[in-house]
Design a protein around this ligand. Structure first.
Ligand code: AMP
Length: 193
């Protein structure tokens, strides 16, 4: 199973990615987590990424693509993976396409987590209070939502056109949303007409 989760910040991608990946026995690969680990370890990649992350901007495609290609080349991703937070731009979509074509594969499913802006802002502010992520301040949250709307939301249409998109209502309890994802995946991907 090669799949990805797409949705605005605060839609619950990280939590749901872990659950879905566990069920399928595939690694959940979160570019945000990889960047944060590099920032906290002070690696050269972390030093380059930190400024963008703290502003709520995307890390440049060259850096992000290199990181993902490296991660997908690792053994545990050979039979499948769940990408959380990648691709977020059209050039990243093309990079992933090329990588998968090189392996003779393609994406099996793209799960869109749908939640409106009010809902995700509330969730992110709550997370700010409990987890203290440096990019969860109100100003940065607003920037991240705007960047998502402009750069990432258009990818939903790209994957819908390819017939691999399923959309899931992400408002509800964690278990409820997880079940909706499995139901949507088992029901098969919707082919757009
Ligand atoms: P996330 O944990 O997925 O919300 O990601 C946190 C931050 O990491 C984002 O706001 C970006 O600055 C950076 N980031 C994560 N994934 C990507 C990506 N695919 N492209 C560019 N920047 C990313």
């Amino acid at each position: 199973m090669r799949m990805l989760l797409i949705g605005p910040p605060g839609a619950g991608k990280g939590t749901q990615a872990e659950r879905v990946a566990e069920r399928y026995g595939i690694p959940a690969i979160s570019t945000g987590d990889i960047f944060r680990a590099n920032v906290s370890q002070g690696t050269p990649l972390g030093l380059q990424a930190r400024d963008f992350m703290d502003r709520g901007a995307y890390v440049p495609d060259e850096l992000t693509n290199a990181l993902v290609l490296d991660r997908l080349a690792q053994d545990d991703a050979a039979e499948g993976f769940l990408l959380d937070g990648f691709p977020r731009t059209l050039p990243q979509v093309f990079t992933l396409d090329e990588c998968l074509a090189g392996q003779g594969g393609s994406l099996d499913a793209v799960v869109q987590l749908v939640a409106d802006a009010d809902e995700v802002v509330q969730r992110l502010l709550k997370r700010a209070a409990t987890q203290g992520r440096s990019d969860d301040t109100e100003d940065v949250i607003r920037t991240r939502l705007e960047v998502y709307r402009e750069q990432t939301h258009p990818l939903v249409a790209v994957y819908a056109e390819r017939g691999v998109l399923v959309s899931v209502d992400a408002v509800g309890g964690l278990d409820e949303v997880t079940e909706r994802i499995f139901t949507a995946l088992h029901g098969g991907v919707q082919h757009s007409s």
